[in-house]
Every structure is written in structure tokens, then in C-alpha cells.
Design a protein around this ligand. Structure first.
Ligand code: OAD
Length: 270
């Protein structure tokens, strides 16, 4: 059985992570142009980093929910499976979806990457630890993820709050580092698009399941419809209507943690 799943912020909502366009969604209270564009970062990198650090911390404190667990079960059950998530959190990974079966199409919030060169590193997102400090030398430079023993020694000195506020600088080219997410006006990673395209080109999907997304972006609608182009089921799990609703063969207007365990049981035990 071939199964294609798309998730959005709604799947993590019941883990306590705000959506973007929902009632208490980020974009109801904040202007994306001031936080999630290359221009915003150029204008006020400190503000942008502060927002992403707060989000990182919130995600660390969150736990995968029953919907994440159900999707993992589906990934194990299917002969071929691909999850495209728009979420930059790590809750699918922490619920056990293997990296090779998942594409984080909007990036990974725990990645910090140089805004000029290819240098990047990833901080572990997992549960409950405080936001790791930016590892600074006295001049405020960031160190690489694999520190030398001398660096390790210096790291054990607790950073001051001023250092925590530092904007990480690339140790290779001295440019500002930024969160490893896709901002408005930026291109998606072509390698990630390739993975999705190759999965869809390889054949018919028995199920395309779209969960907790407003399907705002054309490529999300396009992938969902193409996964369903040769028949099969297109199932939407969302308390609200979306542009995809009229194309769905089954609409489940319930929260993901209620709908998904039941739905996945039905698929895995026909
Ligand atoms: P949105 O905030 O646009 O939509 C969340 C969707 O989840 C809405 O359709 C809700 O009805 C639904 N929802 C809320 N609670 C739910 C629950 N418990 N169970 C199931 N569904 C629920 O989030 P996305 O569609 O993911 O991009 O947003 C897409 C992208 O827009 C994000 O990845 C982000 C944002 O700007 C970038 O940052 C590039």
C-alpha cells in the first residue's frame, strides 16, 4: 500500500504549539513581514532570533500527541510512505517517523545556518531542556557543533544573559546565522521538492491524507491532488473547511487527536 500524508500546524496544535492562522495563531498577533522574511531579518535580526528562540523553547517543552503517534503507525504499516510536513517542529521525528520517510518542506527550526555560506548545525530539540546558549567566545563568535577540547572547557562556563541575546555569527565566513526555516519570499529546497516529486511519480497512492493545514500554498494543493489523480482516497482531517475540502473523498471535521487514531486503525485493520 502506498500512502502520502501532508501535515500542517493543526497536527501539533493539541501539543500546545500555536497554529499560524487559527484563533490564537501567530499570524493573528504578529506581522509575518516583521518576523518571517529575509527583509525582516536584515532589518532586525535580534527580534527575529528572539521569536525563533521562544518558539524553539515551546517546542522543546511539548510532546508528540496521539495524532503524531497514529501517523507513525501508518508509516510503519505502509509498503511505501511519505510524510510532507509544513511544520518546523520535531514532533513527528520524536513520535518515531524515520527521517527517510519525511520531508520538512518549510525547514527545521532547530537548524541554525549561515545566511551566506553553507555552514549549518542542528541543536537537539528533544524534551524539556532550556534553550541551549549560543556558544560564544568573548568576541561573540559562534563555534562549530563539534567543539575542540579547549572550546568544550569554555562552554562549561554559563553564558551571561547578554551572550544569550547574541546573534550567532558564522565561524566560517563571519556572516549572521539564521534559523533553518523557509521564509516568505524564499524558494523551497529543490532537493526536498525532488523527494516529493519522485514519490508521486513512482505510482498510484492508495491514500492521500491531509491533516491540519489551511492549504494556503499552491504546491500543497497540487501535491495532494496529484497524489489522488489516479483514484484512491483523498482524506482531509480538519475541523474547518479548506480549499482542498471540495476535492476530498472523505472529510473528517474533527481534531486530529480524535480522528487520526480511529482512521489509522481502519486503514491498518481493514
Ligand atoms: P495554519 O495555521 O494556516 O492552519 C492550521 C490548520 O489546522 C487550520 O486549517 C485549522 O483549522 C487546523 N486545525 C487547528 N486545530 C486542529 C486540530 N486540533 N486538528 C486538526 N486540524 C486543526 O497552518 P499551516 O496550514 O500549517 O509557513 O500553515 C502553512 C504555513 O504557513 C506554515 O508552515 C508557515 C505559515 O506561514 C512558513 O513559515 C513558511
Amino acid at each position: 500500500m502506498r500512502i502520502f500524508v501532508i501535515t500542517g500546524a493543526g497536527v501539533s496544535a493539541e501539543s500546545g504549539i500555536p497554529t499560524f492562522r487559527g484563533e490564537d495563531g501567530y499570524w493573528r498577533n504578529f506581522d509575518p513581514a516583521k518576523l518571517a522574511t529575509p527583509e525582516a531579518f536584515a532589518c532586525d535580526p535580534k527580534l527575529v532570533w528572539q521569536w525563533y528562540r521562544e518558539r524553539r523553547q515551546r517546542i522543546r517543552e511539548a510532546q508528540p500527541n496521539a495524532a503524531h503517534q497514529a501517523i507513525t503507525k501508518l508509516a510503519q504499516y505502509a509498503d511505501e510512505f511519505l510524510l510532507v510536513t509544513q511544520n518546523v517542529d520535531d514532533l513527528h521525528a520524536r513520535a518515531g517517523v524515520p527521517a527517510e520517510k519525511m520531508v520538512q518542506i518549510h525547514g527545521d527550526i532547530f537548524v541554525t545556518r549561515c545566511s551566506r555560506c553553507h555552514f549549518q548545525f542542528r541543536e537537539e530539540g528533544r524534551g524539556g531542556t532550556p534553550e541551549p546558549s549560543v556558544h560564544c567566545t568573548q568576541s561573540g563568535r559562534l563555534w562549530s557543533i563539534a567543539p575542540t577540547s579547549a572550546q568544550r572547557e569554555e562552554r562549561s562556563i554559563a553564558p551571561t544573559s547578554a551572550q544569550r541575546e547574541e546573534i550567532p555569527m558564522c565561524p566560517k565566513c563571519d556572516e549572521l546565522m539564521r534559523p533553518g526555516v523557509v521564509w516568505f519570499g524564499e524558494q523551497l529546497d529543490p532537493d526536498k521538492i525532488d523527494i516529493v516529486e519522485r514519490f508521486l511519480a513512482r505510482g498510484h497512492c492508495d491514500y492521500a491524507i491531509v491533516i491540519g493545514t489551511t492549504a494556503t500554498f499552491g504546491y500543497i494543493i497540487d501535491w495532494a491532488l496529484r497524489a489522488n489523480a489516479s483514484g484512491g482516497e483523498l482524506i482531509e482531517v480538519n475541523p474547518d473547511e479548506t480549499p482542498l475540502s471540495t476535492f476530498a473523498t472523505q472529510r473528517i471535521h474533527e481534531p486530529a487527536t480524535i480522528a487520526l487514531p480511529r482512521l489509522i486503525d481502519q486503514i491498518c485493520n481493514p
